[in-house]
Design a protein around this ligand. Structure first.
Ligand code: 13P
Length: 250
């Protein structure tokens, strides 16, 4: 990664953890944080306040895993972007494949959530990725392009948006895409961004890889041209694994 883009290593804790262990995990991440990359943890919503409290001033950022597109109102069970910002979040993951699958989230919905995140001053981490059937059918790049086109609002910039490429078949399966496949998709995404938003945005926006990233493969994945960090699930639940991945950035 020989670019001027600062790598971002983000932990998506998904629906895991309880308060005591999550606070301990966050504290261990903060204590071991290496230089050379930005670190972010995204706990389940109810654990954001205690995790944000322990990370305050540490340099490790906190993010949500989803938000609603509306500013507030009658949306039982949902959380507004401004509420995340209010409890200390700087980022929010949007359009994760698990939300697209479990909650039927469309590109259009993800775009409106991304707009809400931006309005609240949050950096949106917008996830895209193909299924195994799409990859086997030779539709990967077309699928990624349509997700990028549909999920990113016109006002996306390199400062307010991060893209995460997560092949659905590589999430939680132990399988990772080959370095050549990852480089092809990342290059393709950056080309799409350049055509729509211009060279400045394309050169500055960070594109993360996610899907079974772990200490044993992080050096190889993070060295791929166009990979600007990782969005890590399972391995982000163990401080030493997450920190080993973070140290692989340099
Ligand atoms: P795993 O690292 O567990 O494969 O999860 C990746 C992911 O979905 C991160 O958002």
């Amino acid at each position: 990664m020989t670019t001027n883009r600062t790598p971002l290593i983000a932990g998506n804790w998904k629906m895991n953890g309880a308060e005591t262990e999550s606070v301990a995990l966050a504290r261990a991440v903060a204590e071991g944080a290496p230089g050379g990359c930005e670190l972010l943890v995204c706990p389940p919503a109810v654990l954001i306040p205690p995790v944000a409290a322990v990370l305050k001033g540490s340099g490790v950022a906190v993010g949500g895993q989803d938000c609603h597109f509306a500013e507030g109102g009658a949306h039982t069970g949902d959380i507004a972007a401004a509420m995340l910002a209010d409890v200390g979040c700087s980022h929010v993951i949007l359009g994760h494949s698990e939300r697209r699958a479990d909650h039927g989230e469309s590109d259009e919905l993800v775009r409106s959530k991304t707009e809400a995140a931006h309005a609240a001053g949050l950096v949106a981490i917008v996830c895209v990725g193909e299924t195994l059937a799409e990859r086997d059918g030779g539709e990967t790049l077309a699928r990624i392009s349509s997700q990028i086109e549909g999920s990113l609002p016109a006002a996306a910039t390199a400062e307010n948006t991060v893209i995460a490429y997560e092949p659905v078949w590589a999430i939680g399966t132990g399988r990772t895409a080959s370095p050549a496949d990852v480089e092809e998709v990342h290059t393709h995404i950056r080309g799409d961004i350049e055509r729509r938003f211009g060279a400045g945005v394309a050169g500055g926006i960070r594109i993360l890889y996610g899907g079974s990233m772990k200490p044993s493969n992080a050096v190889e994945l993070l060295a791929i041209n166009g990979v600007d960090g990782g969005l890590i699930g399972g391995a982000s639940l163990k401080a030493e694994e997450f920190l080993t991945i973070a140290r692989s950035c340099s």
